[in-house]
Design a protein around this ligand. Structure first.
Ligand code: SAH
Ligand code: DHB
Ligand code: MG
Length: 221
């Protein structure tokens, strides 16, 4: 190969370390057939989320932004018997596709897809929901700071919070950007820079999904 690129390396890693996965392939195929955008996490990112859930011993996981359930399947596979993934999605069509993909994966008993604007679902959860061990934020980028703030309140001490898409081709450092997603992500970093309840970092990533980044935070205490 003369000019290996990010996608080639992702494919190599996936072949060596992830192996074939008919259930996840079928989920992506059905997402495409249903007209969903192909903005799921990549396979190697999904496996990272899965491993982080296992490392943190997560029994309760909250996901914000379900799409067709691709990342949900990776996360839910990390749950022990009796574990639960709650996944929030605004679009009922996305939620329907996700529920079918999750059922085919044999995970319907441990995934609860809740339809509605995530800020409303999160507000409803503030009373009476048991704490989460891990929270994966991957919905509209405009509300990232609000999702993290809500997530802190729903997390156990020591809980893990992950945010997808915090770099976006480097756009995050453009203070003059008029892109609402960049503005939202910069507001998230501003908020985290003074948020004393979290310890955070962010890692840039390249691969099948281009140049982007993941934010990783732990709730202190
Ligand atoms: N986590 C998924 C990808 C999510 S794409 C995966 O990796 O497989 C982002 C999703 O967030 C879309 O399905 C979109 O409909 C949803 N979304 C956008 N705004 C939202 C909101 N305000 N509340 C809940 N979900 C929202
Ligand atoms: C978009 C959203 C995502 O969550 C992602 O991983 C990639 C792209 C988007 O809205 O374009
Ligand atoms: Mg994303």
């Amino acid at each position: 190969m003369t000019n290996p690129g990010w996608e080639d390396v992702d494919a190599y890693i996936a072949e060596k370390l992830l192996g074939p996965d008919a259930v996840l392939d079928a989920a992506l195929a059905d997402n495409a057939a249903a007209g969903l955008p192909a903005i799921d996490v990549s396979a190697v990112q999904g496996k990272l989320l899965h491993l982080l859930a296992r490392i943190s011993g997560a029994r309760r996981i909250l996901e914000i932004g379900t799409l067709g359930g691709y990342s949900s399947i990776w996360l839910a596979r990390a749950l022990p018997e009796g574990g639960l993934l709650v996944s929030l999605e605004i679009d009922p069509h996305h939620a329907d596709v996700a529920r079918a993909n999750i059922a085919r994966a044999g995970l319907a008993d441990r995934v609860d897809v809740r339809v509605g604007p995530a800020l409303e679902s999160l507000a409803a959860m503030a009373a009476g929901e048991a704490p989460f061990d891990m929270i994966f934020i991957d919905a509209d980028k405009e509300n990232g700071a609000a999702y993290v703030t809500a997530g802190i309140g729903l997390s156990r001490p020591g809980g893990l919070i992950i945010v997808d898409n915090v770099v976006r081709d480097g756009g995050v450092v453009d203070a003059a950007s008029s892109d609402s997603r960049v503005i939202g992500t910069r507001a998230l970093f501003d908020m985290l820079s003074v948020e004393e309840r979290l310890d955070s970092t962010a890692i840039q990533t390249v691969g099948a999904k281009g140049w982007d980044g993941l934010l990783v935070a732990v709730v202190k205490g």
